[in-house]
Design a protein around this ligand. Structure first.
Ligand code: PMP
Length: 351
């Protein structure tokens, strides 16, 4: 420990991001990026901001982007909060809405940023076990808590919870905020945004990183009751009044103006997901049903870590988690047809 560190920093257990290797010819299937790239309109919109656009501060309230998201999802602008990627939106949610002496409930196998934010903001984490098939059950969240959070579809499992089960959870916990993290919802899920008018304790988060292929731009948002949004605005304005820069604002708005690109690329990812699933099953893998842009899979005769190591030697990177319960699994991002073909052919050779 550096003598300049506070004990708080010394005790932090930070999130370990997925590897971002520099070698250009790697098949990178480890961080759930979208292989098809953003709409060309995004590039044009960003180019239009260069020069004077960089000299000026951006709109601190990101009104144009909030309006675009609100119109797209059929809500009002005061239902929308935007941030620098959904990770930042989640950070504000954790800081402003969870804790106050009661634990936060989330599935035991889920997005590993949740326990990290608990550590950062002094919230007691209470992981709740998924069933043997890695499913969330609406009645598994029990006991006193300050909130509930889960991704839908869940990550890294890819499993989807129907909206009727989300309503059961919302009804059972009317006094705490329930956050549905929909980072992957556009690959086969159904958004819970339509429920925000009915349930004032619901916050839905989404990102432009996955289905809109803008992980590098860092834009995410939350939709919920104006009271919850107001809390997030207070936190944001106490932290960074200009979180969304001008390039990101322009690019994000342009992404929503190209529905055709959005639909065709997300459908291409889903079609490739079916092909990868069939290919893996033909090689003896067990593949969990996925509604996301990745599959979660294990082989009965081979260690996950070994397979990941062999794939890496062949220039293909997938995610392996060194954790209880899921140590034998691989999370494989769905790539483009060529990348997926190389993945399946390489697995066929090394198994
Ligand atoms: N939620 C989940 C479940 C994720 O997997 C991710 C991506 N790592 C995020 C949120 C954050 O995405 P971003 O910050 O790129 O919006």
């Amino acid at each position: 420990m550096s003598r300049y560190w506070s004990p708080f920093v010394h005790n932090l257990v930070p999130y370990v991001p997925g590897e971002q290797p520099k070698m250009p010819d790697l098949v990178k299937l480890n961080t759930n990026e979208n292989p098809y790239g953003p709409s060309p309109r995004v590039n044009e919109a960003i180019a239009g901001q260069l020069g004077d656009g960089l000299r000026l501060y951006p709109d601190p309230s990101s009104d144009a982007l909030k309006g675009t998201i609100a119109r797209y999802h059929g809500v009002r602008s005061n239902h929308v909060f935007v941030g620098n990627g959904s990770d930042e939106v989640l950070a504000h949610i954790f800081q402003g809405l969870f804790g106050h002496g009661k634990p936060l409930l989330f599935p035991d196998v889920t997005y590993s940023f949740y326990p990290v934010y608990c550590g950062l903001y002094g919230i007691e984490p209470k992981p709740v076990p998924l069933d043997d098939d890695f499913r969330i059950h609406p009645d598994m969240f029990q006991g006193e808590c300050s909130g509930i959070i889960f991704p839908n579809p869940n990550a890294p499992t890819g499993r989807l919870l129907p909206l009727s089960d989300i309503e059961t959870i919302l009804k059972a916990h009317p006094d705490v905020v329930v956050v549905v993290d929909e980072a992957y919802v556009d690959f086969g899920g159904e958004t819970a945004i339509g429920l925000v008018d009915q349930y004032s304790n619901l916050l839905v988060t989404q990102t432009l990183s996955k289905s809109r292929s803008l992980a590098g731009l860092r834009v995410g948002f939350a939709v919920g009751h104006p009271d919850l949004i107001e809390a997030l605005e207070r936190i944001k304005n106490s932290f960074n009044s200009y979180p969304i820069d001008r390039l990101a604002l322009a690019g994000a708005i342009a992404a929503y103006e190209d529905e055709e690109h959005f639909q065709s690329t997300r459908k291409a990812v889903m079609a490739e997901r079916s092909r990868v699933t069939e290919g893996l099953e033909a090689l003896g893998f067990r593949v969990l049903p996925s509604s996301a842009n990745f599959v979660f899979t294990e082989h009965p005769d081979h260690e996950g870590a070994d397979i990941a190591g062999h794939l890496r030697e062949h220039g293909i990177i997938v995610r392996h988690f060194n954790k209880p319960r899921i140590g034998n699994f691989l999370r494989i991002t769905i790539g483009n047809p060529e990348q997926n073909g190389r993945l399946l052919a390489t697995l066929g050779d090394i198994l």
